[in-house]
Design a protein around this ligand. Structure first.
Ligand code: APR
Ligand code: ZN
Length: 258
């Protein structure tokens, strides 16, 4: 049950979205926790609570000890391969179908936005759809590579050159973000008049600069997050709550006012 203050904020967010001409969404791991995928920094459940990201999820760590990366990513990839989009993903997809939402910029590698039916997605931190050989750069089907690893526990080797190790096309710490994705996300942030930011602590650069770029270029910000974020003070509406509860309510008000 949502309290009156949250309902008022939902109505404000719906009014801003209903009046927007170029709405863009920006999402983080928090939008997928209701699909069973843990986020990274939540106090009691975040993935980084028990491991040092720079040891297991950096490109240096991967090259030095790929087994440590694959052992770390095992539980996450099991969850991602079986997860379904939740009500928050579907609410954003409905906004795109209704012609309100132009694109989604996401830090998530779980592919749940594409599985919810979005067409224009900027995956800033890559995805698990493909895996690339770090020796000969051959590209393989990422989901098959992960399923193979989940069944035999062996670090996946390249079928092309036979010796190289396959790395999922996710961006590890120390790697450049994919140019096209970052460029597209920055253009979308400059062009939008409203950005709805969902489920991100906004603690990782350069992704965390995207909502601020939108704000600096005149867009209104709506933030839906369980905890406060550094961008809350720039936002027109801040709603601290579960995305899977809040976003469908916002959409309901948008549809009611049409
Ligand atoms: N609804 C709304 N917010 C939620 C929910 C939910 N159901 N569940 C968690 N949150 C919030 C948390 O309170 C937290 O502030 O989502 C935020 C998730 O923050 P992070 O765990 O830091 O995830 P994210 O911002 O996506 O991290 C960015 O860091 O480690 C890297 O590459 C990784 O893409 C990731 C990047
Ligand atoms: Zn190879």
């Amino acid at each position: 049950m949502l309290n009156e203050d949250v309902c008022e904020r939902i109505r404000q967010a719906a009014t801003i979205i209903g009046e927007s001409r170029h709405l863009v969404a920006f999402t983080g791991a928090g939008i997928s926790t209701d699909s069973g995928i843990p986020d990274f920094r939540s106090q009691n459940s975040g993935v980084w609570r028990d491991v040092d990201p720079l040891k297991v999820a950096s490109i240096y760590g991967f090259r030095h000890d790929p087994q440590a990366f694959y052992d770390w990513v095992r539980p996450l990839s099991e969850l991602m391969l079986s997860a379904e989009p939740n009500a928050a993903h579907h609410a954003l997809a409905d906004l795109e179908t209704a012609g309100h939402l132009r694109s989604v910029i996401t830090q998530n590698i779980d592919m749940l936005h594409s599985r919810a039916g979005h067409r224009q997605i900027f995956e800033l931190h890559g995805h698990m759809r493909q895996a690339t050989c770090i020796h000969c750069f051959a590209v393989c089907d990422g989901e098959n590579v992960m399923r193979q690893f989940l069944s035999d526990g062996q670090v996946p080797r390249c079928p092309q050159c036979g010796s190289g190790i396959l790395k999922p096309n996710v961006i590890l710490f120390g790697e450049q973000l994919p140019f096209r994705e970052l460029q597209g996300a920055q253009d979308a942030a400059r062009d939008c008049d409203v950005m709805v930011v969902v489920g991100s602590s906004l603690e990782v650069a350069p992704a965390d600069g995207i909502p601020l770029l939108a704000h600096r270029t005149g867009a209104k910000l709506i933030i839906v997050n369980l905890e406060p974020t550094p961008a809350d003070r720039y936002a027109d509406v801040v709603i601290h709550g579960r995305a899977a509860h809040i976003l469908p309510e916002i959409i309901r008000y948008v549809e009611k006012s049409e």
